[in-house]
Write a protein that binds this ligand. Structure first.
Ligand code: KG4
Ligand code: ZN
Length: 339
């Protein structure tokens, strides 16, 4: 049988990324140009700036991915592309590049949902077993997704306000700790100890998550300490925030494991890089020895195109192909898209 090579492009936020995957198993290249340094100057992602950098870098990243894989465009069998969700201007750049390549080389175009990509990143290190529970924690999403079978997605819990990564970033800004907030707070919290008492997050329904109240509690805590003339211990504050943020994820995960016949739990999204979450989830799952646990390696937690290539490869098997009028979408319902 001939090899199948998929070239995938990801540009939904602030990473310009291209990967080439062979036969759904062999990652030939995975090039990521991170814009973090530029956005650090602004303390967050400026969408307009992100789009502009994608335009500047995309050709270079495509070329680099081909070079590292030691292939040429004529070897490629299909193009995978994140069409949403994400920043609309950023998505447009990758999508337009993908459509142009597909047209020039007469290749099928495979649309990929960014979150499906995060989940399928785990397929690089494990054989996925279904029903599978994916804990999706990123800068734009916080949800628990149940997959009864391959490529079928059901959102069984979701945030009613901010995403967890967004909360990490906002809290780090309040603490003047830098951007992106996730890795910074992760590091500070390691030096922190129980000191500040932030309220436990409560939601109206068990299938809800919430992070904006926690962010406000951090702001109030800072204001109160300032009023009292106390210096803020940012290690301890990072510790307190992280305890409450992760507690929710773990409690909801356990709840959903008890409610659904889950055989495999996977972590997905940028916040999957968090050392405390990785540790706490591993400890929780010791109590469920019959359920597999996969925590993605650090290289495929934050945005990259390897994960998009893997999801594209699965979609390709299901003949999920885009028509020429595929457009970028800032929001996409994963259940509907994969119906
Ligand atoms: O998946 P991702 O790269 O982009 C989106 O799809 O949103 O996730 C980025 C998010 C950011 O909010 C960042 O602060 C967070 O992931 N993040 C972390 C860590 N590393 C990245 N959050 C907590 N701990 C980390 N170590
Ligand atoms: Zn992402």
């Amino acid at each position: 049988m001939n090899d199948t090579l998929i070239l995938a492009i990801e540009s939904s936020c602030d990473e310009t990324a291209v990967a080439i995957l062979k036969n759904e198993t062999e990652l030939l290249s995975n090039v990521v140009y991170s814009q973090i340094k530029t956005h650090q100057e602004f303390g967050g992602v400026i969408p307009e700036v992100a789009s502009r950098i994608h335009v500047e870098k995309i050709t270079y990243v495509i070329k680099q991915a081909l070079t590292e894989a030691n292939v040429v465009m004529e070897d490629i069998d299909a193009i995978g592309i994140t069409f949403g969700p994400g920043l609309i201007g950023s998505l447009h750049v990758g999508l337009q590049a993908a459509k142009t390549l597909a047209w020039m080389y007469n290749l099928p175009l495979i649309p990929v949902h960014h979150i499906a990509g995060h989940i399928y990143a785990n397929a690089y290190v494990a054989t996925l077993k279904y029903p599978l529970l994916a804990i999706v924690v990123s800068g734009g999403h916080s949800e628990l997704i149940l997959m009864n079978k391959e490529n079928e997605f059901k959102v069984i819990a979701t945030t009613v306000d901010d995403a967890i990564g967004e909360a990490y970033d906002k809290v780090a800004r309040v603490m003047n700790a830098g951007y992106p907030g996730g890795p910074v707070i992760d590091k500070l919290a390691k030096e922190g100890k129980p000191h500040y008492n932030l309220p436990k997050v409560k939601t109206a329904n068990e299938n809800e998550l919430s992070f904006s109240g926690l962010k406000s509690a951090v702001i109030q805590c800072v204001a109160k300490e300032k009023k009292l003339g106390n210096d803020i211990n940012i290690n301890d504050l990072a510790f307190a925030f992280q305890e409450r943020a992760l507690e929710q994820i773990l409690e909801k995960t356990e709840l959903m494991i008890n409610e659904h016949p889950v055989q495999h739990v996977v972590l997905a999204g940028g916040v999957a890089a968090n050392s405390k979450l990785r540790q706490d989830l591993t400890e929780l799952m010791i109590h469920y020895p019959d359920i597999n646990l996969t925590i993605p390696p650090m290289w495929c937690c934050t945005d990259n195109a390897a994960m998009i290539a893997m999801s594209a490869a699965v979609n390709y098997r299901y003949n999920i192909l885009a028509t020429e009028d595929l457009g970028a979408k800032s929001t996409v319902d994963i259940e509907q898209f994969h119906q």
